[in-house]
Design a protein around this ligand. Structure first.
Ligand SMILES: [Mg+2]
Length: 280
């Protein structure tokens, strides 16, 4: 595994529970041990990286700004959310009109990519896809509009479909998971996840890192959530590094089935930095 780490061409790092712990509203970020040092070393070594959160509370630019304020040197273009990957997916599929259930953090990357965004609160259900993200202000009329769009043929896509994420106050509920469950129950539609752990999400990150499909194996993915980062990395043959600063202990990670078990378990970003230093 150290040999594979030595060949690492790029890193994809999770945010919550991995580099930082935010509060429930993700207003403030507390850096976890080694996060700032790891990023500084990656710059020295010229290893490109992306910080890839599964949150869509903020736009990538807004996340990056908050991280810089918290002391993490992340530039706007180095930050990704599921909406960054979703924009790539919609463009690749020729989908031009998307009904969004979500706040600005959810729709901004789509609009920036030139996709027509329909606000669910307008009641307009004329769309090729429904895209669900972070949306605490969700109402029944939103549900109705999205259901009508799906009944008329729109595909159901989402930023994330995990029930919880780690915060400094413990588990917080994933807003999109709950909305997706309602839409699936109502329409019978399949939920297509465009953020982690989808293959499209890692491909989108690789493209931004200027790594071809054949080089994805040489990406190291670090995260705290086996269902997200480990599943995504393992499916693509990339190196998966699990940290114990978020949802799981080392014992829990070690007992997981192969699909979600990390290739390496470290305590935190400082642990990965130490291993990378050994290989250089
Ligand atoms: Mg996480």
């Amino acid at each position: 595994m150290l040999e594979r780490l030595a060949k690492t061409r790029a890193l994809v790092m999770d945010l919550d529970g991995t580099l930082v712990l935010g509060d429930r509203n993700v207003g403030g970020h507390r850096l976890l041990p080694g996060s700032a040092e790891l990023i500084a070393r990656l710059r020295q070594w010229d290893i490109p990286f992306r910080v890839f959160t599964n949150g869509t509370i903020h736009s990538p630019q807004s996340y990056a700004e908050k991280l810089r304020k918290a002391g993490l040197d992340v530039q706007d273009e180095e930050m990704m959310t599921p909406s960054s990957a979703a924009a790539d997916y919609f463009l690749a599929k020729g989908i031009k009109r998307v009904l969004v259930l979500g706040n600005e953090g959810v729709w901004r990357p789509l609009a920036d990519a030139g996709i027509e965004v329909i606000d669910s609160r307008t009641g307009n259900s004329d769309a090729e896809a429904v895209y669900v993200g972070w949306y605490r202000d969700f109402t029944m009329p939103d549900l109705e509009t999205a259901a009508h769009a799906i009944w008329k043929g729109a595909i159901l896509t989402t930023a994330s479909n995990v029930p919880f994420f780690a915060t400094s106050d413990g588990r917080a509920i994933g807003a999109s998971f709950s909305i997706n469950a309602m839409l699936r129950a109502l329409t019978g539609a399949r939920v297509l996840v465009l953020g982690k752990p989808s293959r499209d999400a890692l491909r989108s990150a690789a493209r931004r890192l200027k790594i071809k499909a054949s080089g994805i194996r040489d990406i190291t993915v670090m995260g705290d959530d086996p269902q997200l980062e480990m599943a995504m990395a393992n499916a693509a043959g990339a190196v998966s590094v699990g940290v114990t600063t978020g949802l799981n202990t080392a014992e829990m990670l070690a007992q997981l089935p192969p699909k979600t078990r990390p290739s390496l378990i470290v305590e935190n970003a400082a642990g990965l930095l130490q291993l990378l230093e050994q290989t250089r």
